[in-house]
Write a protein that binds this ligand. Structure first.
Ligand code: BGC
Length: 723
């Protein structure tokens, strides 16, 4: 049947998914089948509308205007032979119109319920405006803050990233609109993209299979276990094989070992990029390698569209492979209820956006994600009454930068500046505002900043990065304050006024000097639409900080990667070392400490939490049993506060060397002043499994250390034995 003939019967959606989708597949021509495997955007050189009519595009990308989405959907559904709707894919990474903190900041809440709620309201905005496929969450474990995309990640740890991955998937996929439509989540970038060498985006990764499986893969697996409907391959080559054509990743691990049945999409032209990798001679070979590896949809490439049908006709690609991929894609569309409800109701859009309760959640999540890094003399919360305040720094009047790196539809006009929010929150205080310098250039006006500081009782420094300094293709080799900002800090410091430094950034920064200089240091990140009010909530003590770092802050770039779950080495820094050439030789630097500036899991509060009475309730743990360990946590401060209590373990001797600490659990607790509580962790022994020499899971008998801790560098230490 030529593509112009009408089908005998168009199946009805009252049929079961299997019958409906199979009936549709049975009527498709090869070109129509390949069409379902092609994703294009409106910048494509081909005539997109005509291709939609011919059934030769199955998904669109990055169309943000709802009217344009509807227009194209109408063409696909009404003017194509088989009336198959298209998927509308977009990156709604930390909010659609209401913008939430960047993912790295959200991860600092250690609050999966909150992240799930953020994902749900974001999905409500996204679906109302036509997105049915959201390229989130990104769960690439990242230990390199030079990499701009660390902003989009859940940080350095597989366990925390896994909990967060599942929260995103639940929040996105469990939401349904009034017409029963849903959004598919897409976990990305599979795999190990966060390990890009030297923190340069798109760079190669080379990891042992042990490291890959133990430290990088668990968050993707967690998303699969949570039922994520789609997965995106990554740009990087991994151990010599580009991830987009990597059969170990896509077939062996993802399909066979994890049983993933969902749709696999390439990253943006990552099939075409096999040519640049030197892994395919041309687009045809790139298409061949990717389809044989198992990629269902070619995002923005010219490979499947131009070559896949021909490859089938030449017998190089079995038709069954195409049929299986197309069936998965049709089933996805069925599950999203697109066949029954393909269009959006443009009349309902405005009431779906920027809802007060959504913005309240944006404020709550921004405040919860801020991390108090230093607070000497209890400078924070600010006792503001009667104080003259100087707000100094290039972020003081910023709107766009507060939103962060991924916000196409967030609008600067929705964002209050820090200046405006301070004025509104402190109408009776004298407030001066001076940028002092630009964010990233050499334009400075230090004298005005110094004068402002001299006339004030307290200085708030609003410093850090612009939104354009992190995210995709925005890596940095220098991680100090950009431009002349450190010089501005030095100048203001010379006035000897109390300084509260608020740092806005999309990554951990190497701000060792700043951290020594100022008495109070708050990591604000890029917190979204309500950053400024959330900052005031923390500044004035309306909200007590509870965020804890999801990635270590380096003291200097030379330490990178610096992360808590490293190995001991044969000459660890804490040991006496080995006497060689008459000196103790240790694994360390001549000119820098081994410790990070601030470790993973670290963050202060206006309360003080004391940890005591560690009890290992099961000093001997059987393989089928659980480790039970408890400690008392007391709020010895003067205000109520929330603490994130962390559980770490170390396997002391193994058939392979094990990390010096591994996060295995965490709990959020809120305590009134003077209140104590016993926190108990119950860790099934099976969670101590790791991979043996043959990469087979092993639960090894032996001695372990365990910590209940406020962060990865401190805590109460105990021991247990796995029998
Ligand atoms: C990014 C993905 C994104 C895709 C579609 C790529 O450049 O790596 O994270 O989902 O573009 O916009």
């Amino acid at each position: 049947m030529s593509s112009r003939e009408t089908p005998k019967t168009v199946p009805s959606t009252s049929q079961s998914r299997e019958i409906f989708c199979q009936a549709l597949l049975d009527q498709m021509t090869l070109r129509e089948k390949v069409g379902q495997m092609v994703q294009a955007d409106l910048s494509w050189k081909q005539d997109v509308k005509q291709l939609l009519r011919e059934g030769r595009i199955g998904a669109l990308l990055s169309i943000r205007e709802p009217q344009v989405i509807n227009e194209h959907q109408h063409i696909a559904v009404e003017e194509s032979r088989l009336h198959i709707p298209v998927l509308m894919g977009n990156d709604i990474i930390h909010g659609y119109r209401s913008i939430f903190p960047i993912p790295l900041a959200l991860a600092s809440t250690w609050n999966p319920e909150l992240i799930e709620a953020v994902a749900r309201v974001t999905t409500a905005e996204a679906l109302a405006t036509g997105t049915t496929w959201n390229y989130t969450p990104m769960v690439d474990v990242s230990r390199d803050p030079r990499w701009g995309r660390i902003a989009e990640s859940g940080g350095e740890d597989a366990f925390l990233n896994s909990a967060i991955a599942q929260a995103w998937v639940r929040g996105i996929q469990n939401y349904r609109d009034a017409e029963g439509r849903r959004v598919a989540s897409c976990v990305k970038h599979y795999a190990a993209y966060g390990a890009s060498e030297s923190g340069k985006d798109y760079n190669s990764t080379d990891l042992s299979e042990r490291r890959l499986r133990e430290e990088y893969l668990p968050p993707y697996k967690a998303a699969v276990d949570a039922g994520v409907m789609t997965l995106m391959t990554s740009f990087n080559d991994l151990n010599g094989v580009p991830a987009t054509a990597n059969t170990l990743l896509l077939q062996q691990i993802l399909r066979r070992e994890w049983g993933f049945n969902g749709v696999i999409v390439s990253d943006y032209d990552s099939i075409g990029e096999l040519i640049n990798h030197g892994f395919a001679r041309d687009h045809k070979e790139a298409a061949l390698r990717s389809i044989l590896a198992g990629v269902d949809i070619d995002m923005m490439g010219n490979a499947y569209h131009f070559h896949l049908a021909e490859l089938v006709e030449e017998g190089k690609v079995p038709l069954e492979l195409i049929d299986a991929a197309v069936l998965r894609i049709l089933e996805l569309k069925y599950d999203l209820n697109l066949f029954s409800a393909p269009y959006i109701d443009e009349g309902k859009i405005s009431s779906a956006l920027l809802r007060p309760e959504t913005l309240d959640l944006a404020e709550k999540s921004a405040a919860e994600s801020m991390v108090l890094l230093k607070n000497e003399f209890s400078l924070l919360p600010l006792k503001a009454a009667g104080k003259k305040i100087a707000l100094i720094g290039p972020l003081a009047e910023e709107r766009q930068s507060l939103m962060g790196c991924w916000c196409f539809d967030g609008q600067a006009q929705d964002v209050e500046t820090l200046h405006e929010a301070l004025q509104r929150n402190l109408p009776n205080n004298e407030l001066s505002v001076t940028p002092g310098c630009s964010i990233n250039g050499n334009e400075t006006d230090f004298s005005e900043a110094i004068n402002a500081a001299l006339q004030a009782d307290v200085v708030i420094l609003a410093i850090g990065e612009a939104d354009t300094m992190s995210g995709e293709a925005h890596s940095r080799a220098h991680l100090g304050l950009p431009g002349s900002q450190q010089a501005l800090v030095d100048a203001v410091l010379a006035t000897h006024k109390p300084i509260i430094a608020a740092v806005f950034a999309g990554r951990p920064l190497a701000i060792t000097k700043l951290a020594q200089q100022v008495p109070a240091l708050l990591m604000v990140w890029h917190g979204g639409t309500r950053t400024a009010q959330a900052f005031c909530d923390i500044l004035l003590g309306k909200v007590n900080p509870s965020g804890k770092l999801s990635a270590s802050f380096p003291r200097s770039v030379g330490q990178i990667p610096v992360y808590y779950a490293h190995k001991s080495t044969g000459r660890p820094i804490e040991s006496t070392g080995t006497l060689q050439f008459n000196q103790a030789h240790k694994s360390s630097y001549l000119d820098e400490s081994n410790a990070p500036l601030f470790p993973f899991g670290y963050g202060l509060s206006y309360s003080e939490f004391t940890y005591s009475h560690l009890k290992v309730l099961t000093p001997k743990v059987s393989r089928s049993g659980s480790l039970k360990v408890s400690a008392t946590v007391t709020n010895t401060g003067k205000v109520a506060g929330t603490e994130i209590v962390q559980l770490y373990v170390r396997d002391l001797v193994g058939v392979v060397t094990r990390p010096v600490k591994e996060l295995k659990g965490f709990k959020r607790i809120t305590l009134a002043p003077g209140e104590s509580t016993d926190i108990e962790f119950d860790l099934p022994a099976a969670k101590l499994t790791f991979l043996d020499l043959e990469l087979k899971p092993i639960l090894e008998a032996g001695e372990y250390k365990v910590w209940i801790a406020p962060n990865s560098a401190e805590g109460l230490e105990g021991q247990f034995e796995l029998e």
